[in-house]
Design a protein. Sequence first.
Lengths: 191, 114
Amino acid sequence: MVQIFGDFLKRKEQSCEYLKISFSPTSVPIQQRWRNNGLSADFLADYLSTFFPGEDPTSTERKAEIKGAVSYIANELLENAMKFSYAPSQHAISIDVYLDEDAISLYVTNSVNPDSLGDFQQFIQRLATEDTDELFLAQLTRNAEAESDAGSGLGYLTMINDYGATLAWQFVPLDPDDAVMIVTTMARMPV
Amino acid sequence: MEITHEDYAVQYDAETATIVCQGSFRLRGNEDYAPILQVLTQAADAKPKTLTLDVRALRFLNSSGINTLSKFILQVRQLSASQMVIKGSRAFPWQSKSLKNFQRLLPALQLEIE
């Protein structure tokens, strides 16, 4: 059963600028592949910035803003995917980027550990129903007090609060009988 | 006290009570940020009159890094002993967007973005 959270835009046609990077599951431990997140995010940001030409100060500043935003959001999405993907599923992690006239959309797909699915979806619900500024402060205080390293929970909140991104999620079962879900996280930012 | 890595560096000068962070902070979580937090904590524990965090050369900070710096700011707030200053730069757009969040944790924090 497919589950949707938020305003998830399905992209069937590639009628705009489009790029996809896939990371195949390998035996190399995540720690050694961690570096790829930044490399990929910076590459995507650099690549997209070529579609925002102009040497005047306003254009240059706009390009820098967009580069910074894509770099940050792509990095956060990939870090989440790397941290929370379910290795036994042997499912690839991928990032799709779409450039529309008024927005850049990033879609990251990864498998999800069945044990963490409940908490994950609960947090997504909170993002939709609670004040994200207050949630950010509450999360910071909670993280400072707790010793656990289950993920700071701040990635999504900073995307929404600091970068004006709209987030949405689609969950699809890996197999009809499987408890393992494949999640696609969409982050859409206006340009 | 100093941490030098391929992607970043952290330097603490006790005399000027200044911590300088340079490069990119893209570490994985609490455990990986622990050495950096240790430097920050040491600086805060010294309880200088003015404590400065200089991130003007920090071109990237991931959310785990925001979390780590926030822990440091909360510690400074708790110690209630130092005037906190953060020096930032407009050269890196993330700083104009995200550094003000630290002021929400510590309203008396002085933010200098050049």
